[in-house]
Design a protein around this ligand. Structure first.
Ligand code: SF4
Ligand code: SF4
Length: 202
């Protein structure tokens, strides 16, 4: 009797186990066939930093202020920039990051005044030498630079035109106000009152 009971329990346990297996067999897998497929990463994923596109510029918005370089505790950012014709702010000529030193602390992202630094969605950077981890962040943007410079020049010209138009409008408003005040003063002056009185007596 004991043997029959044990066999029955064993069979039930096997059926239950197979039930769990079959239940999961038809579900969508949570893993991917890496490296043929790549998993989506979360928005809060931290990895190599990149210069991100600004919609209004069609490229990155770095102004080579070097604040990221100054705050980086790992001293792994090198930024050098210069002025371009027709643009007030600088553009970077060199933007390199040594990711063999980067700790993904995020301080560079926090200080960037143009919010143009972000994390990439890469998660499998690999190399054979330390130099393989020195990345030129301008490389993915180099073909867009000329178009972006033209956009920046157009924006600068538009702002300048708006400034001139505002100055002109302010000056005209001031002139009009002064003329109105002068007219008001002359109508309340003693001479004009005398004139009014003589008109009335005649
Ligand atoms: S994430 Fe931190 S360590 Fe990495 S480059 Fe930025 S400031 Fe430096
Ligand atoms: S802080 Fe931002 S704008 Fe300044 S150099 Fe770094 S990436 Fe460029």
């Amino acid at each position: 009797m004991g043997v029959v009971k044990s066999t029955f329990e064993g069979a039930m346990s096997l059926i239950q186990g197979m039930g769990v297996t079959f239940k999961h067999l038809w579900r969508k897998p949570v893993t991917v066939q890496y490296p043929k497929e790549r998993a989506d990463v979360s928005e809060v994923h931290r990895n190599a930093i990149v210069l991100i596109n600004k919609d209004e510029l069609g490229s990155h918005g770095c102004i080579a202020c070097q604040m990221c370089q100054k705050i980086c505790p790992s001293v792994c950012i090198t930024v050098e920039g210069s002025k371009r014709e027709g643009i007030k702010t600088k553009r970077p000529d060199i933007f390199e990051v040594d990711f063999s030193l980067c700790s993904d602390c995020g301080l560079c992202l926090d200080v960037c005044p143009t919010d143009t630094l972000g994390y990439s969605t890469e998660y499998d950077l690999a190399g054979y030498h330390r130099d393989d981890f020195i990345f030129n962040l301008l490389e993915p943007h180099k073909d867009k630079e000329e178009t972006t410079l033209q956009t920046l020049r157009d924006q600068e010209a538009k702002k300048q035109a708006e400034r001139v138009a505002k100055r002109k409008a302010d000056a005209e408003a001031k002139k009009k106000k002064e003329a109105e005040e002068a007219a008001k003063d002359s109508s309340t002056s003693p001479e004009s009152k005398e004139k009014e009185e003589s008109k009335e007596s005649s």
